[in-house]
Design a binder for this molecule. Structure first.
Ligand code: THU
Length: 131
């Protein structure tokens, strides 16, 4: 087991540093690795729009750069009601297997618990290449 409240609090803290002058929609993510370490990310927007990096992928890139490859859970925090990772982030996370996903709003107690495999069923993964 792991500390859900701590992971969500980390995502909310990361959200405070979101760079989102174009959408005004701040997102925070926190990714718990098997090592026990938590890696944070916030959305990083760009005037080109398409260059934007979501909070979840920012957290994943930071974790990978630290050498992590195995993960337990992701928390994402944004909005008035719990958000879910976008399609690109689901695909990037699926590279590293199934994990728990905690969806939270920016504030409040509501948590939606799901999994990456539920969010991205029948994913295209490295195993697909062997077929
Ligand atoms: N965003 C994320 O950071 N994560 C998601 O899963 C959905 C969208 C960001 C991208 C953009 O900066 C803003 O939210 C509005 O789409």
């Amino acid at each position: 087991m792991y500390n859900e409240k701590e992971l969500i609090a980390s995502a909310r803290e990361a959200r405070e540093n979101a760079y989102c002058p174009y959408s005004g929609f701040a997102v925070g993510a926190a990714l718990l690795a098997v090592s026990g370490r938590i890696y944070r990310g916030a959305n990083c927007e760009n005037v080109s729009y398409g260059g934007t990096i979501c909070a979840e992928r920012a957290a994943l890139a930071t974790a990978l750069t630290a050498g992590e490859r195995r993960f337990i859970a992701l928390a994402v925090a944004a909005g008035d009601t719990p958000v879910a990772p976008c399609g690109i982030c689901r695909q990037m996370l699926a590279e590293f297997g199934d994990i728990a996903v905690l969806r939270a709003a920016a504030h409040g107690d509501e948590i939606i618990r799901t999994t990456l495999s539920a969010l991205l069923p029948e994913a295209f993964t490295a195993y697909s290449l062997d077929k």
